[in-house]
Design a protein around this ligand. Structure first.
Ligand code: HT7
Ligand code: ZN
Length: 873
């Protein structure tokens, strides 16, 4: 496979202004007729050949301006079609046949259950018809879908339905028109036996919009939350960004087989059923919140992605980073903002930092790729969002909003670049963002080494910051970035934020300093007392910040920092220091001793009144094994697991009565609602329960058993079941698992949870359970949700996946090899844990590398090839 380079970008030789499609649906032989209105691109010379992408298509006929082409008048390859000597402007007609039923890759037109559906981003449209499959070709679409009236009573596509009718032989058709020019990656078609839930929304400008959520009949009762979330998101985008919806109809469809969460096709969003369906008895609080976030994300794409799209796929973060930032802001406004930020950052620091430090590290705007499907990454999405967040903070919200308005008006209906976006922000704010642009081109996580000292005689605090970004593949040398550091100086006597005066400028009590050089000194004057610095408040930049905090400093910040995020972070740092000691003790075979400062910090948390229970729950949650591993130079899987378990159990023993009290204080019989206050109380109660069950406290275990039996809502049931299954009380866990599995055998989304709970248990039989469950009737290798729930969840089960006999690695590699053939996009994602082999000890390195080499020996898809080559380079 060949690499594609950003530097090779040229506008297309020909553009398509209007696309007429007609589909005659059949599982094994769908016919797709396309009429493209083609014209030469004004920036390209006359006489160039017409080159169209096309894969896995059987060409039946082709004509230009009504004249059929003979076999010698075009060239067909595995990748597409070329015609020489075309006119400046012409109509191209093609007729192809495709087989949706055989399409297990879930790209292009495929079948999910009995339903036909499409996934065209990034390059799936070329599996539907011959086309310039690139985002800078934007056309209006008119689509006729013909299906069987009994099997496909519902026929959907983008835009508005303009005609429908019956045909002979029990068939019918619907024609859809989408007036907004769009790239073909936003094309969508859905056909099947679906039912709808309908609602209405009136835009600020007075447009009456019909909202529909289409599902299979048995899911009709699970759409309320998605519909309510959609309406909230529509209103929020009007109020916050001044963006209104622009069609009379907005549809969401739930499908079971889907590679990602959802897709923002114009007017017809297609969702993984896991990202849209909820019910208190089947979905947890986390799932309710995820649905709200994804519904909002896809809706927000209508502007950030659809009305203004990407010039080429190197610009993917233009739409994804901005849209993630928008959905994060929406979720923060609708839920507990501090807890949202804590959740985002703890996920980011665990998963994106690992990506940025591994063999597949890439800039937020990559400069080359083999397979764009491999670049829907945490770097493009989440780091991209952090960059937009820094921009918002650098220029301030008002200028950012002006920049956003400018961007949407200047580029409406166009396919543009990241420079275009940042230039709007620079223009609206008057700021120079040239150095800031390096965030887009430089991979790797910047590390800041900080130290500071208080000058008692002069009442000054000197802070020195030094930045370095480690080398990443293909980028050995890095340049200094513009890093905004939000900070406070917390007085050790008063416990309050001191005023910040820097170079004579008053910054308030919570200010931002700008690190631009490799090393910079900041001298704060008029500092009345010795402070502890609170740095990078709110995670003001996606960096690793090292400051030589003592444990006393951290305990102090954990209680006194005015920034909620940094209070939480101080607690995490304190726990990490204790964990470090215990990891060393485990390795050296020395007796483990619990740090009493951590116990006292937890005691104080458990006994201090708080308004935000969700934040308290986060503060009582220890860093995950994955995050602890991220901090270690070489990962010692067993020592990390032993140390974390020791800390958890020590806290549970020392604070048993406090946890028990907190549990009882937060039990509620109120009807379930996915609202912040209830969610916070449930999180707190369930964290407390997890400590109690960790020591198999008799009362705690009984509470878990009763919580499971009470069957009040899925959040509580799932937590209780997980705790039992992850304890050694198989006498309770086995019957509970059996009852749960039987009760929910009909519900695929609940069965996904049932799979995950079992294979993430720390007991040594987890791998055998995976093998056993792969033969379960509810499991299927062709359904991505099932693969993620069973195999993906097992690969996160650190002590069992990293078994020293290598069986965990072997199992993953076997599945990757199978999926490489069936669904390359899922295969290349699933292989990720093996690619991190350099982080582990010698024996594990050898085993992991061995499995990667075994995969490499197969005939690989470009997706898996690209990842494996990078991992072994
Ligand atoms: N823009 C969408 C990306 C997406 C996707 C990409 C590759 C393969 C399958 C896919 N399904 C959806 C989703 C989003 O970011 O909103
Ligand atoms: Zn997106």
């Amino acid at each position: 496979p060949q690499s594609i380079y950003l530097s090779d970008y040229r506008p297309p030789a020909y553009r398509v202004t209007h696309t007429e499609l007609s589909f005659d649906l059949d599982p094994m032989a769908t016919r797709v007729k396309a009429r493209l209105h083609v014209e030469r691109h004004p920036e390209r010379a006359a006489g160039e050949p017409l080159e169209l992408d096309g894969e896995q298509l059987t060409l039946k006929s082709i004509a230009i301006d009504g004249q059929p082409l003979g076999d010698d008048e075009y060239v067909l390859t595995e990748r597409g079609l070329r015609v020489d000597g075309v006119p400046e402007r012409f109509l191209l007609d093609t007729d192809v046949e495709i087989a949706p039923k055989d399409n297990t890759a879930l790209e292009g037109l495929y079948q999910s259950g009995g339903m036909f559906c499409t996934q065209c981003e990034a390059e799936g449209f070329r599996r539907i018809t011959f086309y310039p499959d690139r985002p800078d070709v934007m056309a209006t679409f008119s689509t006729t879908v013909v299906g069987r009236s009994d099997r496909e009573p519902v026929l959907l596509s983008n835009g508005n339905p303009v005609e429908r009718g019956e045909l002979p032989d029990g068939r019918h058709f619907v024609t859809w028109e989408d007036p907004h020019p769009k790239p073909c990656y936003l094309f969508a078609l859905v056909a099947g036996d679906l039912q709808k839930v309908e609602d209405r929304f009136t835009t600020a400008g007075g447009r009456e919009v019909t909202l529909q959520i289409w599902v299979e009949e048995e899911n009709l009762g699970k759409t309320d939350h998605a519909m309510a979330s959609l309406k909230r998101a529509m209103r929020w985008d009007e109020e916050t960004y001044g963006r209104e919806y622009d069609l009379d109809l907005f549809m969401i469809v739930a499908v079971n087989d889907f590679n990602m969460g959802a897709m923002e096709n114009k007017g017809l969003n297609i969702f993984n059923s896991a990202a849209v369906l909820t019910h208190p008895h089947t979905a947890t609080d986390a799932a309710f919140q995820r649905v709200e976030g994804i519904v909002a994300h896809e809706y927000f794409h209508n502007w950030s992605g659809n009305r203004v799209t990407c010039r080429d796929w190197f610009q993917l973060s233009l739409k994804e980073g901005f849209t993630v930032f928008r959905d994060q802001s929406f979720s923060a406004d609708t839920n507990s903002a501090p807890v949202k930020r804590i959740e985002e950052v703890s996920f980011f620091r665990t998963a994106q930092f690992a990506e940025d430090a591994g063999p597949t590290a890439h800039p937020v705007r990559p400069d080359h790729y083999i397979e764009i499907g491999n670049f829907y990454t945490l770097t493009i999405y989440e780091k991209g969002a952090e960059i937009v967040r820094m921009l918002r903070n650098l220029v301030g919200w008002e200028a950012f909003r002006r920049g956003s308005d400018l961007y949407f008006s200047r580029f409406d209906g166009q396919a543009v670049t990241i420079e275009d976006f940042v230039a709007c922000m620079a223009e609206a704010s008057g700021q120079d963002l040239d150095q800031f642009m390096r965030w887009y081109s430089q991979a790797g996580t910047p590390e800041i080494d900080a130290h500071g000292e208080y000058d008692y005689a002069n009442g000054a605090y000197r802070l020195v910051l030094r930045q370095r970004t480690p080398a990443t593949p293909g980028q050995p040398d890095k340049q200094p970035l513009h890093i905004p550091i939000r900070l406070g100086l917390v007085g050790t006597k008063s416990g309050r934020d001191l005023t910040l005066t820097l170079d004579g400028e008053y910054l308030g009590q919570d200010g931002v300093i700008h690190l631009r050089e490799e090393e910079q000194e900041f001298l704060f004057t008029d500092v009345e007392e010795a402070p502890v610095p609170s740095l990078a408040r709110g995670f003001s930049a996606p960096i690793k910040l090292h400051f030589p905090y003592s444990r006393e400093d951290l305990a102090f910040l954990q209680t006194h920092d005015s920034d909620g995020f940094n209070r939480w972070d101080a607690g995490q740092r304190l726990a990490l220091l204790a964990l470090d000691d215990l990891i060393a003790a485990h390795r050296n075979g020395v007796e483990k001793v619990m740090d009493s400062r951590v116990v006292e910090a937890f005691r104080s948390l458990l006994n201090t009144a708080t308004d935000d229970k969700a934040v308290l729950a986060e503060m009582l949650t220890l860093p995950s094994e994955a995050y602890i591993a991220e901090q270690q130079p070489l990962v010692d899987v067993d020592a990390i697991h032993a140390a974390r378990t020791f800390v958890k159990q020590s806290l549970a023993i020392a604070l048993r009565d406090d946890f028990l009290r907190v549990y009882h204080e937060n039990v509620s019989e109120a009807p379930y609602a996915p609202e912040p206050e209830q969610i916070g109380a449930r999180s707190l109660k369930n964290v407390a329960l997890s400590y109690l069950v960790s020591i198999e406290d008799e009362e705690g275990v009984e509470l878990a058993r009763r919580q499971f039996e009470a069957d009040h809502n899925m959040t509580d049931v799932r937590q209780a079941l997980t705790l039992l299954v992850h304890s050694s009380r198989d006498d309770l866990a086995d019957p509970a698992l059996r009852a749960f599995g039987e009760k929910w055998a009909h519900d695929p989304l609940v069965m996904d949870q049932w799979f995950s709970i079992q294979v993430s248990r720390p007991q040594a039989d987890a791998l055998e359970r995976v093998k056993f469950l792969m033969d379960h009737p509810a499991f299927s290798l062709t359904n991505p949700n099932k693969v993620r729930a069973l195999i993906g969840a097992f690969a996160q089960n650190r002590i069992n996946f990293h078994r020293l006999d290598g069986e965990g690695y072997k199992l993953l590699a076997d599945v990757v090899i199978e999926l490489n053939r069936l669904n390359p996009e899922i295969a290349s994602r699933l292989v990720t844990p093996l690619t991190r082999w350099r982080r582990f000890d010698e024996p594990r390195q050898e085993l992991m590398k061995g499995e990667l080499e075994r995969i490499r020996a197969e005939k690989l898809s470009p997706n898996v090839y690209e990842v494996i080559e990078k991992a072994l380079a």
